[in-house]
Design a protein around this ligand. Sequence first.
Ligand SMILES: Nc1ncnc2c1ncn2[C@@H]1O[C@H](COP(=O)(O)OP(=O)(O)O)[C@@H](O)[C@H]1O
Ligand SMILES: [Mg+2]
Length: 235
Amino acid sequence: MEKVKTGVKGLDEMLGGGFIKNRPYLIAGGPGIGKTILCVQFLMQGVEEGEGGLYIALEEQTEQLKEDMRVFEWDIDKIHIVETMQDVGSGTWTLSTSGIVSSPKFNLKNLMESLRDTINKHKPQRMVIDSLTSIKMLYDNKTDARREILGFMNFLLASGCTTLLTSEQLGEEILMEEFLSSGVVRLNAIENQGERITGVSIVKMRGSGFDKHMRPMKITDDGIQIFPNESVFSP
Ligand SMILES: Nc1ncnc2c1ncn2[C@@H]1O[C@H](COP(=O)(O)OP(=O)(O)O)[C@@H](O)[C@H]1O
Ligand SMILES: [Mg+2]
């Protein structure tokens, strides 16, 4: 099976080479842990390999994202950032360069239709949906959300892209999208003797072996770095 390098130092070792090509993966963790950074790093790795990258911004606006990522000195203009806007009149999504307006009548079907056109136009090999949490919030009940997200995962499987989706996750909470995606990478923040440490764990990875241990991670000016030979809890 062909693997795709993540661009995150240490993560490819944990994954046995990278993500399996053309599948959707979940990047889960609490707010501010580094999900967006990891995803942009993944797209920049694609740029390095001459692959097209699409970043679907459901949470942050382009200017904000560029500002947040400035410190890393990545050539972020080489990835295609798509902002989403909900067209209140028609109840559909427009992918554009404006902000986001929330309304419960918007659904994933509408978003997928606009996404399909964008994917056909740009033919990206890598895609990021940041975040799936903002899509999930459109549904009042879990059964609807689960059915729609499953449909979305199948759409992504057929899209010809390796996709990362971010999700907010607090503590030991288990998310329905963990069951629906091809794999889950969790970014954890844990307290150890009064110190806050961060670690990466791979929860599942269909079709591939992976490192079952949580490994320390840190964010530097080069992005996220993982230490695949170290333990989070030092003796
Ligand atoms: N150059 C840097 N060095 C260390 N930490 C950084 C740097 N740049 C950003 N961060 C940290 O990254 C975090 C934000 O990461 P982000 O990917 O936006 O989080 P998330 O998407 O999970 O909410 C912040 O907590 C910030 O402190
Ligand atoms: Mg984020």
